[in-house]
Design a protein around this ligand. Structure first.
Ligand code: NAD
Length: 478
């Protein structure tokens, strides 16, 4: 049983409520966690407010904050194996992914933002008034609620915690109810790093806990990663006190395979781009626009590569593809697949559950998909590859931009001009040319349109976690 962290103390929920988390590789119970209710949310927000105003944090020198963040990175690495195994058990991702992507990605995020602490600057602006000095200060936003999804729980927690703390905010983090365990462990490590009590608070729980945070009148900002549907709800919840909102939402990334692409390289990259973490990636390549001349070759090679992936529990070293997160999610993926078949798409491989314990689903490739079909429009968030053919490169841009999402896109071509012309015209927060989607703390992550508001990572995250204040001084005699 894991507890809540409020104001530096670990404690059960005020009403004693709990919930269970499961191992998606076999459906067994992994553990129970305290389920935070409204009273716990009030306490955590009050603790975060007290810590925000406390000189121990508010006046801590930037280089000391930097050391604390750096120490978190060291602790994450020292506990890397434990964190990797816990992530694999709770989320299902192959252990190799947890070891080589999740844990290093988490540590590097804390290191990158440790560097920012001492570099959050204002500027002197040349105002039109004589004898007047104007400068800007970047100040923390205040109490931030950080709400994360289940697909990369530890890494996405770091994407929010590291910049929020680097900028001097205090936080309440709420992980997804399906995958709370590595965030609980991370909160323990953050406690050991030496942050003052109340700077980092942890509430485990589900939608109601998130909603209570988003509606709370003393929360200044919500940073949310999750579905577009819940993101829309949060816009309403936050209206009361006009909270700052960062929204990292759903996607349906197009991957464009041009006539001149190296098809074998494109298949190798797109199998990963589509099926990494069993397709449970917001930037996953999820609709494939292939030049009609190469569509059959691409489809058959993708199907062969997808079918060859070894499915199994993440802890098995031979596993390349883990389970889906839950039975509910597997049923949703299966529903999308059935609808695609009913709407006339041709099933080339997969399309069914795997007959073993756990929530496994075979990687699935569809040919003869058209833009009107649901499988080309809806975010499936699973191991499904719909292939659409294109004839006209100009029409292609309109088709790629035709959905409400705009998180990521990919282009596969040997022609630089094709690559960069398309990259400029596609409306998405990140375009990957001849490569799979990767996050990096130094760049930018976020979406156009219904894929979200604002950006995480890089200097953009500093914008997201600071307010800008203008200070005016009349230099003449008052
Ligand atoms: P979700 O929206 O169901 O849940 C995300 C988080 O919000 C969880 O912590 C959940 O408990 C909480 N929540 C649910 N309902 C809430 C409510 N009404 N009020 C407040 N909080 C609420 O998403 P999910 O199923 O956990 O994650 C999958 C989705 O996340 C996909 O759509 C995926 O594309 C998206 N995602 C986006 C990014 C990105 O960077 N853009 C990254 C990862 C995942």
């Amino acid at each position: 049983m894991t507890d809540l962290l409020i104001g530096g103390s670990w404690r059960p929920a005020a009403d004693g409520a709990e919930f269970t988390t499961f191992d998606p590789a076999d459906g067994s119970v992994l553990g129970t966690c305290a389920k935070a209710g409204a009273a716990d949310v009030d306490l955590a927000v009050a603790a975060a407010r007290t810590a925000f105003d406390d000189p121990a944090w508010a006046e801590m020198p930037a280089h000391t904050r930097a050391r604390l963040l750096w120490r978190v990175a060291d602790l994450v690495e020292e506990h890397g194996e434990e964190l990797a195994e816990l992530e694999t058990r709770d989320n299902g991702q192959p252990l190799a992914v947890a070891r080589t992507v999740t844990v290093p990605g988490t540590a590097e995020h804390f290191r990158y933002f440790a560097g920012w602490c001492t570099k959050i600057e204002g500027s002197v602006l040349p105002v039109a008034y004589p004898d007047t000095l104007h400068y800007t200060r970047r100040e923390p936003v205040g109490v931030c609620a950080l709400i994360t999804p289940w697909n990369f729980p530890l890494m996405i927690a770091a994407w929010k915690l590291a910049p929020a703390l680097a900028c001097g905010n205090t936080v309440i983090i709420k992980p997804a109810e399906q995958t709370p365990l590595t965030t609980v462990k991370l909160a323990q490590l953050i406690g050991r790093a030496g942050f003052p009590p109340g700077v980092v608070n942890l509430l485990t729980g589900g939608a109601a806990t998130g909603a209570a945070l988003a509606e709370h009148p003393d929360v200044d900002k919500v940073s949310f990663t999750g579905s577009t549907a819940v993101g829309r709800t949060l816009v309403h919840y936050s209206a009361g006190n006009l909270k700052r909102l960062t929204l990292e939402l759903g996607g349906k990334a197009p991957s464009i395979i041009a006539a001149d692409a190296d098809i074998d390289a494109a298949v190798a990259g797109n199998v990963q781009g589509a099926l990494f973490n069993s397709g449970q990636v917001c930037a996953a390549y999820a609709r494939f626009y292939v030049d009609r001349k190469r569509a059959d070759e691409f489809t058959s090679k993708m199907a062969a590569a997808a079918a060859a992936l070894r499915l199994g529990p993440g802890l098995d070293p031979d596993t390349q593809l883990g389970p889906l997160i839950s039975e509910e999610h597997r049923a949703s993926v299966d529903g999308h697949v059935s609808l695609a078949t009913a709407q006339g798409a041709t099933l080339v491989t997969g399309g069914d559950r795997v007959d073993r314990p756990g929530f496994f689903y075979r990687p699935t490739v569809f040919a003869d998909v058209t833009d009107e079909m649901s499988i080309a429009q809806d975010e499936v968030f699973g191991p499904v590859v719909p292939v659409l053919a294109y004839d006209d490169p100009d029409e292609l841009v309109a088709r790629a931009n035709g959905l409400e999402y705009g998180l990521a896109a990919s282009i596969w071509t040997d022609d630089l001009s094709t690559a960069h012309r398309l990259a400029a015209r596609i409306r998405a927060g990140a375009v990957f040319i001849n490569m799979i989607h990767v996050p990096d703390a130094a760049t930018t992550w976020g979406g156009y349109r219904a894929s979200g508001w604002g950006r995480e990572m890089g200097p953009y995250a500093i914008d997201a976690y600071t307010e800008v204040k203008g200070v005016w001084t009349h230099l003449g005699k008052p």
